[in-house]
Ligand binder design. Structure first.
Ligand code: FE
Ligand code: ZN
Ligand code: FE
Length: 180
């Protein structure tokens, strides 16, 4: 069956986001658990609570549309989640792992920001002001989450770099001791 309307695309994209958010709800606790930095862990826990809200905002929109949110799998987020799982299996030391988790999480936030920006534009075009406002709230949370991760990365990346510098230093000390 051919789908000729923007409304059909809009519903499909909303289903994709619903699938994305439900996958993210399952992943955020793992990211929190893998975090060594307390602020990073709290940021993941907080975004988990926001994400549950985001799921219910999408459910509200589906109620208004009299459509079901299920029936589509977000392959983009599935891929990002798989990459994140691989990252968590690496033997990175604490702050390096935290830096890696931030990188994985920011990929997810950027993906969501793109997806919600798209559906908000569709909602506005379709005259769905109430949907657009709900989508706008979620979009704002995703942007805030991304900015929070950028702030946390400043300190965490510095720590991750320092531990590498320390290792280089101790290696060069050993080398100069050997040379002496
Ligand atoms: Fe989200
Ligand atoms: Zn997707
Ligand atoms: Fe998010």
């Amino acid at each position: 069956m051919r789908k000729d309307s923007l409304r059909q695309l809009y519903v499909d994209e909303l289903k994709d986001l619903y699938s994305a958010e439900t996958q993210i709800v399952k992943t955020l606790p793992k990211l929190a658990k893998a975090s060594s930095n307390a602020q990073l862990r709290q940021a993941f826990e907080r975004h988990l609570r926001e994400t549950s809200e985001q799921v219910s905002r999408l459910e509200q929109i589906f109620d208004m549309l009299e459509e079901k949110p299920t029936g589509r799998k977000c392959l983009g987020i599935e891929g990002l989640v798989k990459e994140g799982s691989e990252t968590m299996q690496e033997a990175y030391q604490d702050s390096v792992m935290d830096a890696a988790l931030i990188g994985a999480a920011q990929r997810v936030e950027h993906y969501e920001i793109a997806g919600y920006g798209t559906v908000r534009a569709f909602a506005e075009l379709l005259g769905e002001a109430e949907h657009a406002s709900l989508i706008g709230q979620t979009l704002e949370e995703e942007k805030q989450a991304d900015q929070m991760l950028t702030r946390l990365a400043e300190e965490i990346n510095f720590q991750a770099g320092q531990s590498a510098a320390e290792m280089r230093e101790s290696t060069s000390k050993t080398a100069s001791r050997r040379a002496a």
